[in-house]
Design a protein around this ligand. Sequence first.
Ligand SMILES: [Zn+2]
Ligand SMILES: [Zn+2]
Length: 628
Amino acid sequence: MVEQVSITLSDGVKRSVPKGTKLQELADEKAVAAQVNGSLVDLSQTIEKDAVVTFIPITSRKGLDVLRHSAAHVMAHAVKELFPSVKLTFGPSTDTGFYYDFDYDRPFTPQDLERIGERASEIIQQDFPFIRTEVSKEEALKTFRDRGESYKVEHLGDLPDRVSLYRQGSFVDLCEGPHLPSTGRIKAFKLLNVSGTYWRGDARNQVLQRIYGTAFPDAKGLKDYLLMLEEARKRDHRKLGRELDLFSIQDEAGPGLVIYHPKGAMLRTILEDFERKEHLKRGYQIVIGPQLLRLELWKQSGHFENYRDKMYFTKVEDAEYGIKPMNCLAHMLIYKSQIRSYRDLPFRYFELGTVHRHEKSGELHGLLRVRGFTQDDAHILCRPDQLNDEICAILAFVDDVMKIFGFEYEMELSTKPDKCIGSDEDWERATQALLHALKTKGLSYDVNEGEGAFYGPKIDVKLKDALGRKWQCATIQVDFAMPERFELSYVGSDGERHRPVMLHRVILGAMERFIGVLIEHYAGAFPVWLAPVQAILLTVTDRHISYAEKVYASLIQKGIRVEKDFRNEKLGFKIREAQVQKIPYMLVIGDREEKEGTVSPRRRSGETMRSLRPEEFIAQVESEYPNL
Ligand SMILES: [Zn+2]
Ligand SMILES: [Zn+2]
């Protein structure tokens, strides 16, 4: 008689199965992996003791990761066969696909990519099982030394004594898994492009060739994604940023450092003005902290210990300083500058705070990943009994703002990471506070285990742009640790000193990143209230210039952002240029307009409107502003 073990499935159903049963035998056809007592494992794994088992369907976030990461192994397999001198490094899945970085003596060409894709298809056809083996580090070292895989050998140095290898056919990789049961489960995949990168993302290291690809559960998903990519290429904020003359990032100035040109600076100013107003309406106070703070302070906060790799340091008259990567510290010093009473709480300090973080050069990307950026940052110091209301108010704030921009969004709760400060009890309280607020507001959310900030758990808000892509924007973090470290206190109704709780939160996040997202979301055609240039005056002939100058003066007086094109060019040509610049309104001025004292507006869509007097046009523009 075979010994039986009991498994509890995700729907709560309990089953008794023979010990040693393969998960595969219990899974339905959609499952690609399983979570057994919390850890993600291959379906080839057997059940040896009582367990809680959740099958991971291919269509879920985790399932897609398993599919795509497995596809990365298949691609690496094909590359190894076609280019045997290639050395393997890492090949993770990403939010939208996968990549694998290879050390090779030249960049891969589009023809190479085609061959690799064809070979990968054959490997999929052959339906090799992904076979996991657990071996000692010694044995793994030997395997990879024999194969000349020096990066795997180096990586093994960081790993524990037992590691897992995965094989499919002749290919072997060092990996934790899990993977699909076999290569044949990859039904729709495509290799996308190649780019250069560096080993461990560091420009001082060896140049690597990164091949990107993606995989989907079915052909339709892949096709939709490829169409979306095509559209995204047209909307690329780096391309539009150049064409619309919004910003530049110049090597001369430094990678990851954004230079705002007049129109980009205008867009940012509009957003900042909007933010100040919205924060003041909600009881925040505007504060401004310094760019440098003494190193001792960063040690006290735990940043030096936990965040040093991303910080820049400098020396002034023999004293060491850290350039702020976050805005928290000055805000705490403001709080600490006076004795605070329970009646005064909460304090909501808001700063458009510019921070600098050392992002690896290989990871920089236009405005989306930069080294210097400005956050719409706030720190709320409140009593523990105010925490729920404060978090709920922030969630409502996020909702208001996302509606104004027309974004849908999703919430994620991130919990305690390995590297952190604060007691387990504080982490539990903080996590419960966030959960409670999410429940109070009746919001649904996903959980990211271990993805919290080093000082506390957080709610991340991911907005969805016009192409359905998700972008991180708002985050709300509860922090019991920092007030402790800085000995913040308030005098309670009992006359005793108590610790306040601190919330760190941003709404839009980094302005740079948000602007990058806005450019792509609107494809550069900003709504009137955000457009750096709202209207352009187009004269029909030189005869109309003096009237047009008067119109210009009256519009700019009233705060309309208007440009003029009085060049001696054909009207059609001037209209086309203004359309390329995606200016919401073109105001045509000819004989009739001059005689009537009007302008003839034309929208960037091509739609012409009846002629309007300048004040009527101003009213039209203002009617398109959101109700703030
Ligand atoms: Zn793997
Ligand atoms: Zn903070």
